[in-house]
Design a binder for this molecule. Structure first.
Ligand SMILES: CC(C)(COP(=O)(O)OP(=O)(O)OC[C@H]1O[C@@H](n2cnc3c(N)ncnc32)[C@H](O)[C@@H]1OP(=O)(O)O)[C@@H](O)C(=O)NCCC(=O)NCCS
Length: 152
């Protein structure tokens, strides 16, 4: 059975699982840097931030994190809006419905908080993700996405 939970407290063992998951995130060969425990704690302690995880017992009795999704809320002049970031399901457990469950939990949360939008961005190369979002009713918005890379 897959359980959806919001992680509030930073635990070292759980962080190891989260770090192993985020190493699968990048489309390039460069993996994101693993989080340290203080960084993880700092992330979880952010106000209006929700770290949603899907957990399940895949072998034996040990529960494992199968997927993650970050959601944060912010108040801007037009109202409260939400952003979903970094949906990721462990490559070994894809096509089990985990990604859908995580995003449905985010939609439910945004609805409960009376957020005006739930926004997300995704690379067009992420075929599975684009299919999932459209299946869940996300509309594709025309927009130019700009960024300054502060590390360059
Ligand atoms: C995108 C991702 C989260 C989907 O997770 P998942 O648990 O495998 O997805 P689900 O099993 O819940 O599938 C839900 C829907 O997604 C779409 N989908 C998922 N995998 C797919 C695939 N291989 N091909 C086509 N569509 C797919 C389908 O619409 C599917 O619905 P269906 O089963 O009724 O056809 C997962 O593939 C992943 O982690 N990818 C790498 C990271 C990523 O791209 N994240 C998104 C960043 S914005």
């Amino acid at each position: 059975m897959i359980k959806i939970k919001i992680i509030k407290k930073a635990k070292e063992l759980e962080l190891a699982e989260v770090n192993s998951l985020i190493s699968q995130m990048s489309l390039t060969k460069v993996s994101p840097k693993p989080m340290t425990l203080p960084e993880y704690r700092g992330m979880l302690n952010q106000k209006h931030f929700f770290f949603i995880a899907a957990a399940g017992k895949v072998s034996g009795n040990q529960e494992k994190i199968l997927g993650i999704l970050s959601v944060y809320f912010t108040r801007i002049p037009i109202g409260l809006i939400a952003w979903a970031e970094d949906l990721l399901v462990d490559a070994a457990y894809r096509k089990w419905g985990v990604g859908r469950l995580l995003m449905e939990a985010a939609i439910k949360l945004a609805r409960r908080k009376k957020s005006r939008h739930l926004n997300l961005r995704t690379n067009p190369k992420r075929i599975e993700a684009n299919k999932l979002y459209q299946a869940l009713g996300f509309e594709r918005m025309e927009s130019n996405f700009y960024r300054i890379n502060m590390f360059k």
